[in-house]
Design a protein around this ligand. Structure first.
Ligand SMILES: Nc1ncnc2c1ncn2[C@@H]1O[C@H](COP(=O)(O)OP(=O)(O)OP(=O)(O)O)[C@@H](O)[C@H]1O
Ligand SMILES: [Mg+2]
Length: 430
């Protein structure tokens, strides 16, 4: 690994042309370069990462290594971009653990921030939680902004089946599909779960057990308040400068509808993709006619913690093909992905092979290290194993492999400005 003692920040993820034109504008302050070995290494110049163009970033590391912290730092930085750039960017974070509301409060531990010449600050993010939990959050005084709901008619047959983990082989799967089609033909796009239930009850081809099975599941879904006639406009999550969080944590273990968080990610990913493709065309026409790159829709970042859940290597998932579209062709329409996982071995290999910025906290599991071993580019001259062994054991250190600068870096991520609600549980009271 090369050492550089100059004080100019290191800018990662940016090619020479952009570097000359934009300098450090539109970058996120991720941390500092590690300059020496040992457990408390000397830290050097700042490390900035380009967020003004779409990238595929993969953040790995074992439990408690600092992945969610790194995602939070990216969100804090996106919220603090210079207004002219911020208004061209939007970010949506899928929160599988229910921790990112902490961004709305300033950090409690200010000592480390002081050491870095930083201060505790809250961050302007919009936190959306399941409708059924909004009151709980509010009663407990947790800072949330509202409920996230899906528009019933936006769920197509395959999404209903995925919600209940059904297939075309299951009579329930066939029944729900037929009912969705019937309702759609009858009422168009403005219908709710009750309309589906009525269609199921009047279905003439299914037996009563199958009908009852699906009706009970739909009633349960209705009780969550997630799927409504109106629903959150997904396009509104991607308005210029907005950083939003969708808390799907309570759907992790939902009995009878295990696929719900997958369906949320699939729908958000699909809608944003479709819209961005259209707006990209508008942008191009303006660029040709007016020589200016403007459009109402910003570049969109999707940040997914525990991404192996949605992009598994060896099982189907409704979100997988959509996220793979983001991975494979997202850069052209302006869709960036930041994926975090503690199990690179479990994630779809394209998420690894296509990433142009790899940020890895400590990893010790050999199968996981082997899975990212495929990344070893020609400009990397040291084995991953060796780099992990050299990495300090404290939290926040990371190895960064950047395809744009064709370099590898050992860094320490900066402390966060905002409240850390992911601190490991402890039995001690204070
Ligand atoms: N750069 C850093 N400076 C200070 N503390 C850090 C840093 N990075 C991480 N931490 C702390 O380490 C703890 C674990 O970090 P985090 O929750 O981000 O880990 P994780 O990799 O997401 O773990 P899990 O796999 O369990 O989700 C947190 O309390 C976090 O604040
Ligand atoms: Mg985490």
């Amino acid at each position: 690994m090369q050492e550089d003692f100059s004080q100019e920040p290191a800018i990662l993820g940016r090619d020479l042309k952009d570097l000359e034109k934009y300098g450090s504008q539109g970058c996120a302050y991720l941390g500092k370069v590690v300059m020496s070995s040992g457990e408390s290494p000397v830290l050097g110049r700042k490390v900035l990462v380009d967020v003004s163009r779409p990238h595929l970033m993969l953040i790995c590391g074992k439990r408690g290594g600092g992945k969610s912290h790194t995602i939070s730092v990216f969100m804090e930085e996106m919220a603090r971009l210079d207004p002219s750039i911020k208004n061209r960017v939007a970010a949506i974070t899928i929160d599988t653990v229910g921790i990112f509301w902490g961004l709305k409060l300033p950090a409690g531990d200010v000592k480390e921030l002081k050491d870095w010449d930083l201060s505790a600050q809250k961050t302007d993010v919009k936190v959306l939680v399941p409708a059924g939990q909004l009151n709980f959050y509010k009663e407990k005084g947790l800072p949330v902004d509202g409920a996230f709901t899906l528009k019933c008619s936006e769920l197509e047959e395959t999404e209903w089946m995925a919600l209940f983990r059904l297939s075309w082989r299951d009579p329930e799967g066939i029944l729900i599909s037929r009912s969705v089609q019937r309702v759609r033909e009858k009422v168009g796009t403005y219908y709710g779960i009750d309309d589906l239930i009525s269609a199921i009850k009047t279905d003439e081809e299914s037996d009563s057990n199958t009908k009852q099975g699906i009706v009970s599941r739909l009633q349960m879904v209705k009780s969550w308040g997630l799927i409504e006639k109106e629903g959150t406009k997904i396009s509104e999550l991607a308005t210029p400068g907005m950083i939003s969080v969708i808390d799907v944590s309570s759907y992790r273990q939902t009995v009878g509808a295990e696929g719900v968080k997958d369906v949320i990610v699939a729908l958000v990913g699909k809608k944003i993709f479709e819209q961005r493709m259209l707006f990209r065309k508008e942008e191009e026409i303006r660029l040709i006619k007016e020589n200016k790159r403007t459009s109402k829709m910003p570049l969109v970042w999707l940040l997914i913690d525990e991404a192996h859940m949605f992009m598994p290597k060896d099982e189907p998932n409704i979100a997988l093909p959509i996220l793979l579209e983001w991975v494979r062709v997202g850069r052209q329409p302006g869709l960036g992905l930041i994926l975090a996982t503690q199990r690179p071995e479990k994630i779809h290999p394209d998420a690894i092979s296509q990433c142009d910025l790899f940020i890895s906290h400590r990893m010790t599991s050999q199968p996981d290290i082997a899975a990212v071993g495929a990344l070893r580019p020609t400009y990397m001259h040291t084995d991953l194993d060796k780099l992990y062994a050299e990495m300090p054991r404290q939290k926040g250190f990371a190895l960064v492999i950047d395809d744009n600068t064709e370099r590898t870096w050992m860094i320490k991520t900066r402390p966060r400005f905002s409240w850390d609600s992911s601190v490991t549980a402890s039995a001690f009271l204070v």
